[in-house]
Design a protein around this ligand. Structure first.
Ligand code: URA
Length: 214
């Protein structure tokens, strides 16, 4: 976690009355994660580590090809995903399917799709730092097991929480970053593209870059 995020997190904890905080790395270290995706999914589906578990209908663990070279990371489940337990199945998901098909010539079965948080934040709000940090070990283990060549961060939240960066998505999109030996390409979230169709041109360029890297 970068220092800015740590500071924000500490201020939030202080506001809520916490006087001593053990450390940022310890939470991730304490959870012993299995090396099998199916076992990891079982644990994740019973997770109650944060308050999002109280309002979820379903845990949206993630799905796709467990040996995918391309892994896409979104922010968190929306209403349809929460209802069905599957990632990116609402309107944004349909647009994502079209992009994958039309630009990369790939189906959903060819890629793996997961989110920063596995449970829906109420009213689709952005996950808090605490929720993201609590849920992140599941995502990191998914990345570890699947071992994709490229990670695509869909939108600012995915990039911010994966890379621990506060930079706007408009500044980082279409650039290649690195995370634990994997290439990371941030691009616009499909929901943003639905609201701002003129950004599809840039998104198209980003996916052409991803195609060239695969
Ligand atoms: N938006 C996301 O970020 N993830 C989903 O799974 C659905 C919509």
């Amino acid at each position: 976690m970068d220092n800015l995020l740590k500071l924000k997190h500490l201020y939030k904890l202080k506001e809520s009355g916490v006087e001593y905080f053990e450390g940022f790395e310890s939470k991730e270290m304490k959870i012993n994660m299995p090396n099998e995706l199916i076992e990891l999914e079982k644990i994740c589906k019973n997770c109650t580590l944060c308050d999002l578990s109280k309002t979820r209908k379903n845990v949206v663990f993630g799905e796709g090809n467990p040996k995918a070279r391309l892994m896409l990371i979104g922010e968190g489940p929306g209403e349809t995903e929460d209802k069905t337990g599957h990632p990116f199945v609402g309107r944004a998901g349909q647009l994502l399917n079209k992009i994958l098909q039309n630009v990369l010539n790939l189906n959903r079965d060819d890629v793996y799709i997961a989110n920063i948080v596995k449970c829906r934040p109420p009213h689709n709000r952005v996950p808090t730092i605490e929720e993201a940090q609590t849920c992140k070990p599941y995502l990191l283990k998914q990345i570890d097991i699947i071992n994709p060549k490229i990670l695509v961060c869909l939108g600012k939240t995915a990039f911010m929480y994966l890379m621990e960066s506060d930079l706007p998505i408009s500044k980082v999109r279409g650039q290649i970053f690195e995370y634990k030996g994997k290439k990371v390409v941030p691009t616009f979230h499909p929901s943003y593209l639905l609201r701002n169709p003129s950004a599809k041109k840039e998104s198209y360029k980003d996916f052409l870059l991803i195609k060239s890297m695969l």
